[in-house]
Ligand binder design. Structure first.
Ligand code: TRP
Length: 375
């Protein structure tokens, strides 16, 4: 049974059909021409691009045109602090760090404690604000340049953000919000207003610099409705339309369906603070396997990497193409067993997380270098 696909900023469910999303959302596929153009500036392409994990964009050519004329863009992304950080959250951040390094550009990072307070019944503003500071440790641990990275916390930077948000809000009707986000008469009025806040970092740096700077927003495709609305409104305020680059979702550990389609949000998540034993237990217990039911069958017929969550996760976290291909081939031929494939993923994640957790610990003293100071 395939399950109905739901992709909104507040709910992602069912079997994700990315081609359908491209058509429905009106984004462009990242094709060879765009990849070649990016490679001119970055040298080797990030494995997220090589593997189509970042798969779509809007106006990337515009941003590169300007860049080539000497008009640098800035990056903007964000996090809605509703809980701990898991591996899926890291995907756009790791890519954003790569873009920052390769292009030497500024990053504005928004923590939407207001959003999660407004949309989550059980979360207080104090709690979402606390979670914003927890999540900051993971963002810093990704390795962003403190001299070029600025954190905005919606409830705390309201003094500079609100003035801009109401200018955006004046151009958005309730009926636009209803159709773009599926919000209804029953939603609280803060939730209806919220998208105006998410638009602000796409042009606030231009307001501060008193000149127009192009903006590029990396995000998981579920956030697209916000930026569709922003792109309509910002030119009316004299700003550029923000450009964007969108990624797929990391599949949930238990989120593989029998028909080979992936669901993004099912099964346990791996949190950045999980210890090595927890990671091992979660993968062994929950990661959906594309293996056969008996050892004999597996050896004879081979497994199916295309529906195996451990293999799918390795496409996100094993950077080495040759290693990945060998794993794919060996699994398919029956040489590599499901337990062995899981062990490879466990080792990969635990090596990554050991480093991440060290940097996360050190990040505690660095928060003040990242939070934008209003002057
Ligand atoms: N709304 C996003 C979330 O729920 C957080 C966010 C704010 C964001 N601004 C962004 C995400 C820009 C990507 C890009 O997580």
């Amino acid at each position: 049974m395939t399950k109905e696909m739901i992709v909104t900023p507040w709910e992602v469910k069912g079997n994700i059909d990315y081609d359908k999303l491209i058509a429905e959302f009106g984004v462009s596929k990242i094709d060879d021409q765009v990849m070649t153009r990016l490679r001119k500036h970055t040298g080797e392409l990030h494995h997220f691009l090589r593997r189509n994990i970042f798969f779509a964009h809007r106006d990337l050519n515009f941003v590169l045109d300007e860049y080539e004329k000497g008009n640098k863009f800035f990056l903007y992304t964000g996090r809605g602090p509703s809980g701990g950080t898991h591996m899926g959250h890291l995907v756009p951040w790791l890519f954003t760090k790569w873009l920052q390094d390769k292009f030497g550009v500024e990053l504005w990072f928004q923590f939407t404690d207001d959003e999660k307070f407004l949309f989550k019944k059980d979360l207080s503003l104090e709690e979402t604000n606390r979670l914003a500071y927890e999540n900051m440790l993971d963002v810093i641990a990704v390795g962003f340049d403190p001299k070029k990275t600025h954190f905005l916390v919606d409830s705390e930077h309201a003094g500079i953000m609100y003035k801009e948000a109401i200018k955006v809000a004046k151009h958005i009707t309730f009926s636009t919000v209803k159709s773009a986000f599926g919000l209804t008469n029953e939603h609280n009025i803060g939730a209806i207003f919220y998208t105006a806040m998410q638009a602000v970092p796409a042009f606030l740096p231009s307001v501060i610099a008193k000149k127009e700077i192009p903006c590029l927003i990396p995000y998981a495709i579920d956030q697209d409705p916000h930026f569709r609305v922003s792109r309509d409104v910002l030119p009316k305020l004299g700003h550029y339309k923000p450009a964007a680059i969108q990624c797929r979702f990391l599949p949930g550990l238990g989120g593989m369906q029998e028909d080979g389609k992936m669901s993004s949000s099912e099964g346990a998540a791996i949190y950045t603070t999980d210890d090595a034993k927890t990671v091992k237990n979660k993968i062994n217990k929950y990661a959906f396997s594309g293996g056969r039911s008996t050892l004999e069958e597996q050896r004879k017929l081979g497994g199916n990497p295309d529906i195996d969550v451990s293999y799918q996760w390795l496409t996100f976290f094993e950077e080495d193409d040759a290693k990945l291909k060998k794993i794919y081939d060996d699994y398919k031929s029956g040489k590599l067993l499901s337990g062995e494939l899981k062990a490879i993923l466990i080792e990969k994640l635990n090596t990554f997380l050991a480093e991440h957790q060290k940097r996360r610990e050190k990040a505690k003293d660095k928060i003040k270098d990242f939070v934008y100071k209003i002057c």
